[in-house]
Write a protein of this length. Structure first.
Length: 241
């Protein structure tokens, strides 16, 4: 059996480890991170050329199943995966870690896009901790606030005029996030609902400091695609196939 994992997440790496040695596993990485953490099994890096290209790859390489374990905000590849799997008549599963949920003391301002997140900053604070990744900074380029932008790789233009870039990769700690918010006098946090445990400590630190959090809701999984919440559930789905 040959399983294609559309990966790049910790869950994708864990799933590849669970399946490696039992079935043939190919993990596909988008190639947006300079030094990605590689999973067990075969690895390919780069795009497929849209849904048609992915469908052709599935047929050419005899894939028996596809697991979309990409980032919860990688909506385009998820949409293309659904089209390609249907065209190639290959079963598809989405592996999505659960999103974050607010608790008592949180001051969350949910929005549906980065553009809405930028607009929501009005009146919240003039020093912003922006953790939405390096690809969407253009939405904030015209904002007057000072931004601390944290990302794995250096972002490119356009970006806000008053920006300090912090290159770092999780997992992070609550203690470290507390110190960072205090040192940079952060007044508001902007993030996406990635649901990742490795980056959740910033939410705890923001709650303790009474800092509002503008949080971008995740896009839905394509209609009709079954969803697993953990690598173990996804591995069980593969065994059923």
């Amino acid at each position: 059996m040959h399983v294609l994992i559309l990966g790049g997440t910790a869950e994708a790496r864990a799933l590849a480890g669970l399946l490696h040695g039992r079935v043939r596993v190919t993990s596909s990485l988008a190639g947006r991170v300079a030094n990605p953490r590689l999973p067990a099994g075969e690895v390919r890096i780069g795009g497929f050329g849209g849904a048609d290209g992915l469908a052709a790859w599935l047929r050419e390489h005899g894939a028996d199943a596809v697991i979309d374990a990409t980032h919860p905000f990688a909506a385009r590849i998820s949409f293309n995966a659904a089209l390609a799997a249907a065209a190639a008549h290959v079963p598809l599963l989405a592996l999505r870690r659960p999103g974050w949920a607010p608790v008592a003391g949180d001051d969350w301002r949910p929005v549906d896009s980065l553009a809405e997140a930028a607009a929501a900053l009005d009146g919240l604070g003039d020093r912003v901790f922006l953790t939405t990744g390096r690809m969407g900074l253009a939405a904030f380029a015209d904002r007057p606030e000072w931004f601390l932008v944290r990302s794995v790789d250096a972002p490119g233009a356009p970006m806000p005029a008053r920006t300090e870039v912090l290159l770092d990769r999780g997992p992070f700690t609550v203690e470290g996030e507390r110190e960072l918010l205090d040192r940079h006098r952060i007044g508001v946090l902007v993030t996406k609902d990635s649901g990742a445990a490795a980056t959740a400590p910033k939410l705890t630190a923001a709650r303790e400091a009474g800092i509002p959090v503008v949080i971008v809701r995740r896009p839905p999984v394509p209609a009709g695609v079954p969803v697993a919440a953990t690598p173990e559930e996804a591995a069980a789905w593969v065994r059923e196939r």
